[in-house]
Design a protein around this ligand. Structure first.
Ligand SMILES: C[S@@+](CC[C@H](N)C(=O)[O-])C[C@H]1O[C@@H](n2cnc3c(N)ncnc32)[C@H](O)[C@@H]1O
Length: 277
């Protein structure tokens, strides 16, 4: 809901949705939405740019991944691979993984346009098709994590493919945004639902009754428990402030709300040595 304007004809509900149903809905949804997403946000993202969210915080500013030169790096929910392309231009061996075939077609288009290739694979965050201890860094910039139901499995998969001491960094909609309607105006500043209600946001196709799109919510405490439970030590939580003069709208993100409430959480964690033994 935070990213997404419902594509009619759908109705919005809150109801439990498992992993298989989330994936079956979100893959086709991102296939339908990919062209519009890239047309709307591509210039802001930059073909070989790395931003952590609608506030425009860049990896060059944030340094969440550390020095990527000569590192094996996996981007989960890589979309058109803009962030991985930035990693490649900084000497890292970045690879992409995404659930949406159409998003990966855009990644190939940008590979051709820029001459910076990001080898990418179709897949899901909950079943990473890589051997244990393959990567030094795994990251997601608004990719995958809030679309996954079985988040413990996605975090465990991340730990599995990371080398000991490896780095996991990701951005998600700031958990406090769950309380507010997905409205970039002042109407979106009035809390209307419980922060602790994890019932997923669901769009249901009016004609078929099938789930067409799902987002899942975790509180900050949930993230701490998930990461520490999987053997990570959390090192960083960034809550990017809305920059002065930045007036871009992105779904429910806007200057009106961004000046008062955080819209994005960027989390960094290191896999403790021996955690995945
Ligand atoms: C908001 S986009 C972000 C893409 C890219 N990081 C960017 O900044 O443009 C979210 C991406 O996550 C992908 N995604 C959704 N569910 C996923 C899953 N279970 N596994 C892998 N990718 C997933 C979508 O297909 C989409 O490309």
């Amino acid at each position: 809901m935070q990213e997404h304007w419902p594509h009619p004809p759908v109705r919005v509900e809150r109801r439990p949705v498992g992993e298989a149903e989330s994936r079956a809905a979100n893959g086709p949804d991102w296939d339908r939405y990919a062209d519009e997403y890239q047309a709307t946000h591509g210039e802001f993202l930059g073909d070989a740019g790395f931003v952590w969210g609608p506030e425009g915080l860049t990896e060059a500013q944030a340094g969440m991944l550390g020095d990527v030169a000569d590192r094996d790096v996996l981007e989960v929910g890589s979309g058109a691979g803009q962030c991985s392309r930035w990693v490649r231009t900084h000497g890292g061996r970045a690879f992409g993984l995404d659930l949406s075939h159409r998003q990966l077609q855009h990644s190939l288009r940008l590979d051709d346009q820029t001459g910076v290739r990001v080898p990418s694979v179709l897949g899901t965050a909950t079943a990473l098709p890589f051997r244990d201890a393959s990567f030094d860094v795994v990251f997601c910039s608004f990719g995958a994590l809030q679309f996954v139901s079985d988040i413990a499995l996605a975090v465990a998969e991340t730990a599995r493919v990371l080398r000991p001491g490896g780095r996991f960094a990701f951005s998600v909609t700031h958990p406090t945004r769950w309380m507010f309607p997905d409205d970039p105006t002042e109407a979106g500043l009035v809390a209307s639902q419980s922060y602790w209600d994890r019932t997923p946001y669901v769009e249901v196709d009016d004609q078929t009754g099938e789930v067409a799109y799902v987002e899942h919510h975790r509180t900050l405490g949930d993230w701490v428990a998930l990461l520490t439970g999987a053997g990570f030590a959390i090192t960083t939580l960034l809550e990017p402030e809305w920059p002065e003069g930045h007036d871009r709208l992105w779904g429910g993100w806007s200057a009106v709300r961004g000046r008062l409430t955080p819209g994005t959480a960027v989390v960094g964690a290191d896999l403790l040595a021996g955690a995945d033994d």
